[in-house]
Design a protein around this ligand. Sequence first.
Ligand code: SF4
Length: 737
Amino acid sequence: MSAAAASPPFRIVHTVCSHDCPDSCGVLVTVDGDGRAVKVAGDPKHPVTQGFLCGKVAKYLDRVYAPERILFPLRRKSGAQKGPRPCGREHEAFERVSWDEALDAIAARLKNIADEFGPESILPYSYAGTIGVLGYGSMDRRFFHRLGASQLDRTICSEAGGVAWNLVYGKKLGTPTEDFRLAKLILAWGANIHGNNVHLWPMVEQARRNGARLIVIDPYRTRTAALADWHIAIRPGTDGALALGLMHVILNEGLEDREYIAAMTYGFDRLAERARDYTPDRVAAWTGMTAAEIEQLAREYATTRPAALRLNYGVQRTENGGTAVRAIAMLPALTGAWKYRGGGGQLSTSGAFPWDKKAVERPDLALASPLGRLARVVNMSALGAALTELGQQPSPDSDAQPQSGPPVKALFVYNSNPGAVAPNHNAVKRGLARPDLFTVVHELFFTDTTDYADYILPATTFLEHTDVQGAYGHYFVQLSQQAIDPPGEARSNVWLFSQLAQRMGFDEPCFRDSAEDLIKAALAIGPDGHSTRPEMEHITLDGLKQQGHIPLAFHSDPEGHPFQPYLAGLLPTPSGKIEFYSETLAVQGLDPLPAFIPAVESRFGEGAKRYPLEFLGRKADNYMNSTFANLDGHRKMEARTSHRLEMHPVDAAARGIADGDLVRIWNDRGELCLTALVNASLPAGVVAGKLDWAKFSAGGANVNALTSERLTDLGAAATFYSTLVEVAKMQGTGIRD
Ligand code: SF4
């Protein structure tokens, strides 16, 4: 709706985009006199948002007012089987019920399951469908702790990289996004800045106008890679080898910064010894680069100042991904890049926000549960195994590590769509289809997961609830104020779990906390109205209401000193220094130094004899994982590569495949059918399909039909990009352009 068709008076409300994106944009929502949102725009006063939104969220009102939105609680009809139905007819399996009926029935069923099988047989499943502090994890955590439900190890996206970065630096801080404009070299390692970190892109452009070079390391020719000065199409999962090879050259040629190393790091000599093994020739054989390219990259990186590394999370979604991130993270410490403003690196800035998580999530409530202790932990990256093997003998073919305890009898899904995004889709589907599994899903739309729900509860967008938010790509605390009433009977996570708690008979006063109470808890607001955390002591709730965003204390130095992380002082690592060598890993019997061990499921493993192609299940630039994939406008923006398998001409020719042919892609876990798109967007030996909802895909299978539940070397996270497949031409014709 245009503002012209709407009725005055208009008001503008400050909200924050809560989608899983580093930029955490300040979003100004114009609301008309009828209480309807008529416009969304980026906050021009926010130093990172700079007044614009990405293409996904610029069209956000299409999502808020989508006719397909679920607006009322729904219950599966008696006799309606679980499983997918044709798109647009999902509602036929459900009937509308009131919130009271739904909440009473869900509470009664959870009580029965907890009594019969123990509360750990109830599994919450959520991730970053919203990254506001309250929406991501607050009243829900209190509820499940008090219930004694299994805890979810939220590993699916960033855990391997986060653990790795913290092993080196103790805390996730990075070069401020605003300072990338000062760099003379920007190394985007697995980072598609132009596609999904768009507010860094203007800084990159400004740096380039001032003479900076942009180098992209990525197996896929992303939008960013296509715009780079040098695109290095490394083989998937070999990033750790390259980082060690760069160290070898840097040390061999004396390009390291000895002064910085002496002042700020621990274990240099042992790292230097290790790096000696990684000669350019050896690393070239793994990565597909030439030895000369490795030497050139090392020299350019080590001698250009400031050099800024933008490392993103794709790198760590491989079997050896944790170690790869650990090795890459050491590079700016080796060259002293942190010393130069605009240099250094960024994986995430999330470690800067000192939220009082204990007050928000209240893990102490577990002591009041029937368990009297914290419950077992179930890894979300092995959901298929959790639903099909927990409490039973594990299948001999399972990739997942065994977990113990009762079977999962109830699954409560919110902020996520595991029917699309979880690895090993077929195992997940088998689990979700179990008739004895009681499944509740809090959602906005009919998804691959709601197809299996017993109850669907209508959820809110970030325009419809209040929250507070940090970021993993900047240093501003922001308040997201509720701009509009939720349509229909949609309700927030906070409301839902507060109501359920009361129906379960949980009488602790914390279950009656309002959103504002929770925000104060998150900010650790003291009696004087200010946060008690040094980084936020200048922040008050009123201040946030007035200003929308407030920088953390260290990012707003009144004397004008810009923030530069890891420049001096003690770090929160065991040695107090940047750790090239980790005693923590040594104590655990793990290699304390980075090393390159090729993934079992890669071209270097035995499995490549049967499945010779490495498969990348890529994220779409215009979706947010699975979010937005059901909206026509977003699907149109992705049309070129939708339902396509991108493959190198050499691999296509070897299989008699031409552009536009229908192809079957398979391995032992599953198969899917796509149309070949033959191009050189990937190195030979690598193919790529795009993550989509299974229900929009031929045969009801998406890319996760091929991925495994094997976990990463650090952080026990998902290994989406360690996947081998074979491809063959099928009869019939695919999509022709
Ligand atoms: S998805 Fe990212 S870039 Fe887009 S509006 Fe949200 S925070 Fe900003």
